[in-house]
Write a protein that binds this ligand. Sequence first.
Ligand SMILES: NC(=O)c1ccc[n+]([C@@H]2O[C@H](COP(=O)([O-])OP(=O)(O)OC[C@H]3O[C@@H](n4cnc5c(N)ncnc54)[C@H](O)[C@@H]3O)[C@@H](O)[C@H]2O)c1
Ligand SMILES: [Zn+2]
Length: 372
Amino acid sequence: MSAYDTLTVELGDRSYDIHVGSDLLSQAGSLIKPVIRAKRVIIVTDENVAPLYLNSLEKSLESEGLTSESIILPAGEQTKSISHFEQLIDQILDLKIDRKCALIALGGGVIGDLTGYAAASVLRGIDFVQIPTTLLSQVDSSVGGKTGINTRHGKNLIGAFYQPRLVLADIDTLDSLPKREVLAGYAEVAKYGLINDLKFFEWLEETGIALCNGNKEHRRKAVLISCQSKAKIVAEDETEQGVRALLNLGHTFGHTLEAETGFNDTLLHGESVGLGICMAFDLSAHLGLCSKSDADRTRAHYAAVGLPTRPTDINGVSWDTDALLDHMQSDKKVENGKVTFILAKGIGGAFIARDINMDDARHIVDNAIKQD
Ligand SMILES: NC(=O)c1ccc[n+]([C@@H]2O[C@H](COP(=O)([O-])OP(=O)(O)OC[C@H]3O[C@@H](n4cnc5c(N)ncnc54)[C@H](O)[C@@H]3O)[C@@H](O)[C@H]2O)c1
Ligand SMILES: [Zn+2]
């Protein structure tokens, strides 16, 4: 078996490959060289990832005759800010780059989103490569070209659709990832099964616990299938005019929970998505769209791997239905005052629902935050 699998995101002249496998960092130089125009790259990474992986990446680039400089940013969601964006652009321009220079994002979704947006903006767009090092970024944020930063008005409110030239998902980098971050990424992995792939979900029911505990073969297969699933949807609908919205399963409820806790470590994005997916299935069952057993099965699976499945599982937060519904109504995905939900006619049967009565959503939120 080869050391990695390759799939292509089909977007005409902006198509690009995603390689998924082991030991990709040490091959990064030879894989990146053919897809970029210059012999010079700038690596953007964070303080946690740099000591672990920057050196191997630099060595691999050097062995192919590519020169690199690196910029190391603080870790965490606060780095996806306007002030860090400004500093990053200045640091890049200080290096006197030209239009052919490429950026490499080495890190999780924070580094990927920020670096991608910098690549889209600086000199009106330069090449960039994603080397995602968290499970969440390997299965979700590095694929599909959404880049951006947060403002005080909310998450990802400034950004661009800007596709990378290549994505290298080296599953070996997940070995150093804290378990809580693995689980947060896993919530998005299972999402792909729940959206449109019952067989994948059934396989995850068998392998999910081992996968979360470090099984590499399972990780590799799960990352590959997740990327294939996302790549297919993105190829059909790059800028989210329609079907791409399915990827937001769990995100309407999830974002409201995250907004309430302040987008910090109290509740990680993936954890909120897992909670939101359970609530989306509760709403689907409440409306008679799917069976209660499908909703129970979804929750049971997330609970089995160790994810929270009710907002009340999160310590130290007192939830309030009105506050949560307020967040829901002010989300950027609200159109003409209507909140879009992704609901399901069963596991693997997600669809876009634009006409949901907010009393039904309120009922689900009320129930979810009720202490037993
Ligand atoms: N662009 C998209 O389509 C998209 C999709 C989903 C999420 N996102 C964004 O992604 C971000 C979240 O990404 P994330 O979950 O990767 O968070 P993150 O980038 O903050 O990484 C999580 C933590 O893990 C550390 N880390 C990263 N790789 C590591 C490794 N291999 N070993 C040890 N520690 C490591 C980081 O330093 C950080 O502390 C959010 O800002 C979210 O909005 C974007
Ligand atoms: Zn998400």
